[in-house]
Design a protein around this ligand. Structure first.
Ligand SMILES: [Mg+2]
Length: 194
């Protein structure tokens, strides 16, 4: 039987963004040693998994395309991310990255692409692979691109941090996002305590 999913953005939701003086921007970690889990990230994944949700990461990683890091470094950062989750007994059912960027400078990774959010391409791939019920699924993100991706296919969304957008719930952190989704479905919240 189809099961619901939680589609999760990574940077700013499950992983803390990093300030890089060389770019003057807060962004996703460009190196493995910069990866830090967001507060409550592992507990959130454990809670979703134990309540029957598939957990699917859908993340844009344009740092290589923009010339900020190597593809190898982005992959090692991904592996570090999974290690940190595993150390807290948390896991994801699927992981999808888009490494392209529309304004990139690296050949083969620059320009329009199918798999980059806000396009729902990877959500639909995940739904096919895991037999997901999108009508009972949620997206958790921190940017308009995450919301637009959810809206494109009618998946409900929770925006963490302070932005506001239509009927989307806005919550200050992944911990509060978990509470909101679980409250909606009357499921167990014992694991998610701030
Ligand atoms: Mg993000």
């Amino acid at each position: 039987m189809s099961r619901p999913a939680i589609f999760l953005d990574r940077d700013g939701v499950l992983v803390k963004e990093v300030f890089y003086p060389e770019t003057g921007e807060w962004e996703g970690p460009l190196r493995p040693e910069d990866v830090r889990l967001a507060d409550g990230a592992a507990a959130a994944l454990r809670t979703f998994s134990s309540n029957g949700y598939a957990t699917v990461l859908i993340s844009n990683q344009g740092g290589y395309a923009k010339g900020k890091t190597t593809l190898r470094s982005l992959w090692l950062a991904h592996e570090r991310f999974l290690e940190l989750l595993a150390a807290e007994d948390a896991r994801l059912d699927r992981v999808f990255y888009s490494y392209s960027h529309p304004q990139g400078i690296v050949p083969h990774f620059s320009g329009p692409s199918l798999d980059r959010k806000p396009g729902p391409y990877n959500v639909l791939i995940a739904a096919a692979q895991l037999d997901l019920d999108l009508s009972r699924s949620w997206m958790i993100g921190d940017r308009q691109t995450d919301l637009a991706c959810a809206e494109a296919i009618g998946v409900r969304a929770v925006l963490v941090e302070s932005s506001r957008h239509g009927q989307v719930m806005c919550r200050p952190s992944i911990i509060d996002a978990v509470r909101s989704i679980c409250d909606n479905h009357s499921v167990r919240l014992a694991e998610v305590q701030s």
